[in-house]
Unconditional design. Structure first.
Ligand SMILES: Nc1nc2c(c(=O)[nH]1)N[C@H]1C(S)=C(S)[C@@H](COP(=O)(O)OP(=O)(O)OC[C@H]3O[C@@H](n4cnc5c(N)ncnc54)[C@H](O)[C@@H]3O)O[C@H]1N2
Ligand code: MOO
Length: 447
């Protein structure tokens, strides 16, 4: 029997082709201004420039009195021009009045009376000799930046201090590189979002973490919509570019750049995904990948420019499809690059599986990558304890051979193969000989 594309061995794309295609089909989202609150972690698209001097007025650095000339000083109302030998009260950050030449700190002055019984300010308390010098305790205008100075260079990845600097400069928005907004469509009538599921029901593994993974892969996690197995609900959810906000009176999100659906990718039952994409006039870009798990993954583009990524329902399969297709797609939309695939030395001999790439979570043991136990398509224990994912080619892997691999979005980078080889040499010979040829149980190592 001939299998249709997407049915495993004859899937339209190899693993390498699929990730390259997911990167190639998307163009970077153009830069746009965003409010400061939304700018954290974004990349500045154009220089941020001081629109006026910073500070834009001379102010006091201390609580005390603005003074002109030497004391004693006649006190005048705050805000008035100070003539020589006049002073007026001022607080930290207060505007230096015209004629103000220095600030005398509260602890360096005393209010007393002159011969006529009128109140005057005189040096006293903690005053040091020569106090107040001209300009003392005055924050001069433009001492941080002059109008037109570049405060932040294009290309800066914005951190909280950058955002505070922009606010200090009086900016309300920053021009940042585009970043894809992702909305989620979690399908399956058997999926429950709380508590212990009864037989026939399963807990939703995606809702609590998929958004975070999308953010690690360079996207902005938007709303999650749960739909059952009804085709009309599917279609409506895909059609709806701006779903109702979750909370009353909250503003609706702007249209998403990517919709990620989970479940319903299989062709065996009712094929809602492909039917809905076709009905909306979209086109399939990737229809199945010759890999396991995750082979039914689908990528489509709708006429309005949104990408729809269909992840299989099996939890591990979905994560592998997300790393394979979602990562490159989000990188391309977000001005990133296609991550290079790394390499790790395999700690096991892995048999051939003609026609498909196997994605195997692995743990590094003495610098060697050992495939995880509990890595079936519906399991999560293997990935939960993994250091990365091996990309095992169809012809298999020899023990000690370098095998393509990638790190986890939330994990550490892979060690360079050189350092792994070093460790490999240092490992006791007996242990090398004993390295298993199948999945390793690391539970003892994790204690
Ligand atoms: N006759 C065939 N059956 C299946 C094939 C096939 O080629 N021929 N492929 C299998 C593979 S491989 C995968 S992967 C799945 C793909 O399934 P779907 O994407 O259509 O997803 P569902 O059928 O809706 O669910 C599959 C599985 O995943 C569970 N699931 C769904 N959503 C969640 C969730 N949010 N959290 C946790 N688990 C979830 C669901 O309960 C099912 O157990 O098809 C195979 N079958
Ligand atoms: O793609 Mo399915 O994941 O092989 O389980």
């Amino acid at each position: 029997m001939t299998e249709a594309p997407g049915q495993g061995h004859n899937a339209a794309h190899t693993w390498h082709e699929a990730r390259q295609r997911a990167f190639d089909v998307a163009a970077p989202i153009p830069p746009s201004p965003v409010p400061l609150k939304a700018a954290l972690g974004r990349t500045l698209a154009s220089d941020a420039v001081a629109i006026q001097d910073m500070p834009h007025y001379a102010s006091s650095a201390m609580d005390g009195w603005a003074v002109n000339g030497t004391g004693p000083w006649i006190l005048v109302e705050p805000g008035h021009r100070l003539a020589p030998h006049q002073a007026s009260p001022i607080v930290t950050g207060g505007l230096i009045p015209p004629g103000g030449k220095a600030v005398l700190r509260t602890e360096s002055g005393v209010i007393t009376t002159d011969d006529d019984g009128l109140p005057i300010l005189a040096l006293g308390g903690a005053a040091k000799p020569g106090e107040p010098r001209n300009g003392q305790h005055i924050r001069k205008a433009a001492e941080e930046a002059a109008e037109g100075d570049v405060l932040l260079k294009a290309g800066t990845m914005l951190n909280p201090a950058h955002i505070a600097l922009a606010a200090l400069a009086g900016l309300d928005e920053l021009e940042v590189l585009g970043k894809p907004l992702v909305r989620f469509l979690l399908t399956g009538a058997e999926v429950v979002t709380q508590g212990v599921p009864v037989p026939g029901k399963v807990r939703d593994t995606f809702g609590p973490q998929l958004g975070a993974v999308v953010e690690l892969l360079g996207g902005i996690a938007g709303e999650q919509l749960k739909v059952g197995d009804n085709y009309d609900d599917w279609l409506a959810a895909l059609q709806d570019t701006e779903p109702e906000p979750a909370e009353p009176y909250a503003a609706a999100e702007p249209p998403a750049d990517v919709v990620i659906s989970t479940g319903g990718t299989g062709r065996s039952g009712t094929d809602h995904f492909r039917r809905a994409v076709a009905e909306l006039g979209g086109r399939l870009l990737i229809d199945g990948i010759a890999m396991r798990p995750g082979h039914p993954a689908v990528l489509a583009e709708l006429p309005d420019g949104r990408f729809v990524l269909g992840l299989p329902g099996n939890p591990l399969a979905a994560m592998m499809a997300l790393f394979t297709v979602g990562g490159p797609l989000l990188a391309a939309l977000g001005h990133g690059k296609l991550e290079e695939v790394g390499e790790v030395p395999s700690g096991s001999m892995i048999d051939a599986d003609p026609g498909r790439t196997r994605l195997m979570p692995f743990k590094l043991v003495y610098g060697l990558a050992s495939p995880a136990q509990h890595a079936g398509p519906g399991m999560m224990r293997g990935l939960a304890g993994a250091d990365g994912v091996m990309v095992v080619p169809p012809h298999g892997v020899q023990m000690g051979e370098l095998v393509p691999a990638f790190p986890l979005p939330w994990g550490r980078p892979l060690p360079s193969p050189k350092s792994a080889e070093g460790k490999q040499r240092k490992a006791p010979a007996r242990q090398q000989k004993k390295a298993p040829s199948g999945p390793v149980d690391w539970s003892a190592l994790e204690a």
